[in-house]
Design a binder for this molecule. Structure first.
Ligand code: SAH
Ligand code: MG
Length: 203
């Protein structure tokens, strides 16, 4: 994949204030992907396709990414970017609300990347757990939401998001089948590995 092309996509997304994955967060996920070469990734929140395009580099041969986005304009731009990056055969975009689309999916995923509506994280987790492989991993971006999640800050506008992000952290921490770390990279990244397999490398 052409790095200059990728930089162009990133620059344009930042100019349009589209909340694409931060460099240090991407680095952590890519490290895992490069060591484990997944066959199938599920991404919730495509935006303009930046993270999905980045991930394609680390797929196993014939691997694919299923990604969900509800904003029509972003889907359109994502399709253009994906075409420009020449990875159309590696990314399937599902257009619509992930809350409606996820229950219709029935694939097995090696990796799930949750990066959409914060108020829906507990629901996304439930769906991720239904479809994750027994040695899979679930990443959740923006889990610390500008520090609101770990403080007692309770501004009305963000209250539902913060409550649901806290609920997500509680669920992944208490689930005996998961081993979870919360990293303070970027806007916070939750990493939950399915337990007892222990053969997947994270660092
Ligand atoms: N993963 C992207 C960034 C995603 S930003 C990257 O790093 O390049 C989050 C995106 O999720 C936004 O484009 C938003 O429109 C979308 N989104 C939020 N809630 C959603 C939902 N319930 N269903 C589908 N898409 C959603
Ligand atoms: Mg994000």
């Amino acid at each position: 994949m052409n790095k200059a092309e990728l930089e162009k996509i990133k620059k344009r997304a930042l100019e349009e204030h589209i909340p694409i994955i931060m460099d240090e967060t991407l680095e952590v996920i890519e490290k895992y992907l490069s060591r484990n070469k997944p066959n199938r990734i599920l991404e919730i929140g495509t935006a303009v396709g930046y993270s999905a395009i980045c991930f394609t580099e680390f797929l196993a041969e014939n691997g694919v990414i299923d990604t969900i986005e509800r904003e029509t304009d972003r889907v359109k731009e994502a399709r253009e970017n994906i075409k420009m990056a020449e990875v159309e055969d590696k990314i399937n975009i599902y257009e619509g609300d992930a809350v409606e689309i996820l229950p219709t999916l029935n694939n097995q995923y090696d990796v799930v990347f949750i990066d959409a509506a914060k108020g829906k994280y507990p629901f996304f987790l439930k769906e991720a757990l239904r479809m994750i492989n027994e040695d899979g991993i679930i990443f959740a971006d923006n889990i610390l939401y500008k520090g609101y999640v770990m403080s007692d800050y309770n501004k009305h506008k963000q209250r539902t998001a913060v409550r649901n992000l806290r609920e997500y952290i509680k669920e992944v921490s208490e689930n005996p089948n998961l081993e979870t770390e919360i990293l303070e990279v970027g806007d916070g990244l939750a990493i939950s590995r399915i337990k007892n397999r222990g053969n997947k490398k994270i660092d």
